[in-house]
Design a protein around this ligand. Sequence first.
Ligand code: AMP
Length: 290
Amino acid sequence: MQNLYSIRMRAARGGAHEDGGRHISGAERIVPKDKIPAVLQQLYSRAEKHQLGRPDFINITVESLSGREVNRVTSLPVYTLGCRDYPEGRRLAVKVLELKGIPPRVIEKGFSCLLGDSPSGTGENMRGAILLDINTGRRLEADPGRGVRASRMDYHPDVTPDLSEQLDEFGLNNDHVREALCLATKVANLPGIVAELCWSDDPGYTAGYVAAADTGYIRFPHLKARGNRRGGRIFFVDPGRAKPKDIIGKLEQKIYIITALGPVHGEITLEELKRSIRLNEIHQRRTVLS
Ligand code: AMP
């Protein structure tokens, strides 16, 4: 693979993030050198035209990844669990998190962090994710206003046309799903991560997901009410499997490129999802034994 560059954009209003500005948007790509000018333009336009408002601070960083290890992975399989409204979506999301063995009180703590007055303690959305210990229910981020940002992941350009085609079939070919699937695939592949829960800050986008390595990327069309500007992310972690410091280091620094695609499925029920997880477990046990 030719030399790659990580390009990261973050935009805020009311000054830079570090000076208390309100986070508006963030996005990132990993590309070869000849694509840098076009991607700079795309990320700049993206920052300028966000639903949450016009930023007065935009930071775009270009960093060479020369000499760094690149991990190649397959994207998580995508499923949709149908729900009529966000209370039903949240009930289903709780059930999927329970399937991952996360204690109900920790799941409840996670939801109350995202739904409380402000997970960041500043009245604003966080820029990153909450890191929640599944054993104690304690938050593990050093800076609760910022949270922990997963970074340095992208699709290989060879797989993006196929991905768009597969997602198109189910009306899911949009920036939200493509970027969240990429992030969730990296996060789920890291040791110590048990599951992720997310819904967007975008007031016009009500869907959210739970993702984990052996369950896949499970979408819920409604996890919040339309018009609501509050979004957030939780990485549920087990410090018994990896030290939080190492998990954070890998979330921020380890480079992941998606070079193959998992399947994109249509709408399924919770029972069908459970059956599919059981089949995956049997398949994995057979693979380990053989
Ligand atoms: P979004 O899906 O981009 O609207 O983001 C929803 C929430 O996820 C944001 O409010 C942040 O708290 C969090 N978030 C966004 N990007 C990242 C990231 N790269 N790593 C960790 N958390 C993120």
